[in-house]
Design a protein around this ligand. Structure first.
Ligand code: SF4
Length: 215
């Protein structure tokens, strides 16, 4: 299931031009998620992938882009189908980037041979939007995925979603652990979470309390 693509994007990978494809579905429920309809595979925005049209447009864009970038939602919830698609895209000898929450390490291994770049959020586990009992499990899976990328030497962009009302020490603690597991020279970007009207978060009450006002 996909929510479409954009042949030229300047905002999905830092300093790069990408052909960006959005895939539907996600295993987390982050309260600040502004792609929550897509993450929930809402039929108003998601549908079957028109693969031939996609590959044709990628082929036409090759001279203009640095990466084909797959984002979502969480692309790795569709890892087997994604691996097949990436195999076809890789035949164009273009670099591939994935934006993932990295909580599905077995799925990451399926697509790993095709990846040149990965972007991920370093979220406080309390932002995962899931039951407290499984947050620690998911965070361990996140670290395991970072280990896999470190071992493979894949370029990594770490984005820290920064919300109001949580101790600075908590952000530093989580980022320090993540960096210990990450490839050397990973890029770290702090992202202040913005609320409406600039964004349409899943949990507007949470965002009212924790997101920053625009401007
Ligand atoms: S991991 Fe990403 S797509 Fe999934 S709920 Fe969180 S912000 Fe949304």
């Amino acid at each position: 299931m996909t929510a479409g693509w954009k042949p030229l994007s300047m905002v999905d990978v830092k300093g790069a031009v990408t052909f960006t494809l959005w895939l539907c579905g996600c295993n987390l429920k982050c309260p600040f998620c502004h792609n929550w309809r897509l993450a929930e595979s809402d039929r108003s925005v998601c549908g079957p992938l028109q693969e031939e049209a996609l590959l044709g447009e990628i082929k036409s864009s090759l001279s203009l882009i640095d990466y084909v970038h797959i984002t979502g939602g969480e692309p790795l919830v569709q890892a087997p189908a994604l691996a097949v698609l990436l195999g076809k895209i890789k035949k164009y000898q273009v670099k591939i980037s994935v934006n993932s929450n990295l909580t599905l390490p077995s799925s990451l291994k399926l697509v790993l041979p095709y990846l040149d770049h990965v972007a991920t959020d370093v979220k406080l586990p309390e932002f995962y939007g899931v039951d407290e009992t499984i947050r620690a499990v998911l965070f361990r899976s996140f670290l395991q995925s970072l280990d896999i990328l470190k071992e493979a030497g894949i370029a990594l962009e770490l984005r820290v979603p920064y919300a109001r009302g949580f101790p600075e020490s908590r952000y530093q603690e989580v980022l320090t652990v993540a960096l210990e597991h990450s490839p050397k020279h990973s890029t770290v970007i702090w992202n202040k979470l913005l609320g409406p009207p600039l964004t349409d978060p899943r949990d507007k009450a949470w965002c009212e309390e924790h997101c920053f006002k625009a401007g």
